[in-house]
Design a protein around this ligand. Structure first.
Ligand code: HAM
Length: 448
């Protein structure tokens, strides 16, 4: 049967069908291997150790997992993240479904999908929800260290809580994970309040007026953003614009009493919990759905990709997606960025070494070795069985390289006496030959 891909027509859209020619991974999308790669140091085992940690961490805080599809209707992201944002405007992987009537996108983040599912399944019907998710997200950004086109997030969303106690809880929850991973000292919490919709609108009007008055001095990006997302102009990294940014109307001056109180109470809770923060009045985030509290955890250890985790309140979003109004807050961390930091400066044990490496030599030894391996596994030992028929010396080299604690040698010469040889690869017990029936008890003795 012949496979006819539906599109596109460009001549180099598909790798040429040349026998033996290598096809590479898509730019900005990484393989996770059992070993480190030259330009991508994270291994699958390290990642798995992190996932185990996350599962225990979310459980400790009473958050429950939600899994949503990777593909959603494009409209979900346009409506929630905002049409004018970089993420929706130029970074989404969008395509027509085969019937051409439906536009679909790979999810660029998890909050919109999470809320879509919550509304669709009426999960807020009679109780608030504390949810978490993990998985790949997709943004067509310019790839570099810490910035990828397929990247991964762990996200936390608390739905149906007014705050500010929940704001403090999720921030404390993130701080707890940094502590566990040994990277707390390398992360700074930046905090801001965006106020409510009306307050932001009043500030926006004043800001646009101010920026228009200085339009001639703005760069191209800022001139564009002045109309689409003027708050982000204040976030500009262009040194020539710093004076203009510093003199601009400040959102903080437009916050009403309720917003100020929310922010004050949050800060008091963080102070009481001993969580240090830096107030950053220019922190605005790249997605449109936020109000009141916004925060980011940043580091100076990852070069330009400094933000490891970001989030805030998004109280209006659920209504925009057709649900009943509910206060919501959450955050997401970029797993690649976080693990690059942990690998370099933190601690996350991931032991892949077997407990026992089983070798065999000579006629009839393979089956006997396999039986011993199975018996050990049944007792809960992690056992790696050598396969491939090399000399005992070569097998011993493999056992060494595996990092195993013990080696079991099943040799033809000992089969008749039904004995096996056990070697302590790490400690000082050396090597001993025991009746096969004593294998387990000897191992237990050696590990006591
Ligand atoms: P975000 O700031 O767009 O927020 O992304 C969260 C984190 O994902 C970033 O801080 C960064 O660590 C990581 N990240 C983003 N883009 C990339 C990339 N191209 N490569 C590597 N890592 C990346 C959100 O996505 C919101 N949904 C967070 C949230 C949840 N707000 C409320 N609830």
């Amino acid at each position: 049967m012949c496979y006819h891909p539906p599109f596109p027509n460009s001549a180099n859209a598909y790798p040429q069908n040349i026998m033996g020619q290598k096809i590479q991974a898509v730019k900005g999308m990484n393989d996770l291997l059992p070993v480190e790669q030259k330009d991508f140091k994270l291994t699958a085992a390290f990642w798995q150790a992190f996932e185990d940690k996350v599962a225990a961490w979310t459980r400790r805080f009473g958050y429950r997992q939600i899994r949503t599809p990777i593909v959603e209707q494009t409209g979900l992201f346009v409506r929630s993240i905002g049409e004018e944002t970089d993420v929706v405007g130029k970074e989404m992987y969008t395509f027509a479904d085969s019937n051409d009537t439906l536009s679909l996108s790979l999810r660029p983040e998890g909050t919109a999908s999470c809320l879509r599912a919550v509304v669709e399944h009426n999960l807020l019907y009679n109780a608030p929800q504390k949810l978490w998710y993990i998985g790949p997200m997709f943004r067509r950004e310019r790839p570099q260290k810490g910035r990828y086109r397929q990247f991964h997030q762990v996200g936390i969303e608390a739905l149906g809580f007014e705050g500010p106690d929940i704001d403090a809880e999720i921030i404390a929850m993130s701080a707890d994970l940094w502590r566990e991973l040994g990277i707390a000292e390398h992360l700074t919490l930046e905090l801001n309040s965006l106020g409510n919709r009306e307050e932001r609108a009043a500030h926006r009007e004043a800001l646009v007026g101010y920026l228009k008055a200085h339009e001639a001095q703005l760069d191209e990006d800022s001139r564009r953003r002045m109309h689409t997302n003027p708050l982000r102009v204040l976030d500009s990294k262009n040194p020539d614009l710093q004076d203009i940014c510093n003199g601009a109307p400040r959102l903080a001056d437009y916050l009403g009493e309720a917003s100020q109180q929310h922010y004050r109470e949050l800060k008091a809770l963080l102070d009481g919990l001993g969580i240090a923060y830096v107030e950053n009045p220019r922190l605005v985030r790249g997605l449109d759905y936020y109000n009141q509290t916004v925060f980011e955890w940043t580091t100076d250890k990852l070069g330009a990709q400094a933000t490891v985790c970001g989030g805030g309140r998004y109280d209006g979003l659920i209504e925009e997606l057709g649900g009943k109004p509910a206060a919501c807050v959450g955050f997401a961390m970029g797993i690649e960025r976080l693990l690059l930091l942990v690998r370099e400066y933190g601690s996350l044990p991931c032991d892949e070494a077997p407990d026992v490496f089983v070798m065999q030599q000579g006629e009839g030894s393979t089956l006997a070795a396999m039986r011993h391996a199975a018996a050990l596994r049944a007792e809960g030992w992690n056992v790696q069985q050598y396969c491939g028929g090399q000399s005992l010396k070569a097998q011993m080299k493999k056992a060494d390289a595996s990092g195993s604690r013990f080696a079991l040698i099943v040799a033809e010469s000992e089969l008749a006496a039904d004995s096996v040889t056990l070697k302590d690869m790490q400690g000082g017990r050396g090597q001993t030959t025991v009746p096969a029936g004593h294998l387990l008890s000897t191992l237990k003795e050696w590990t006591e």
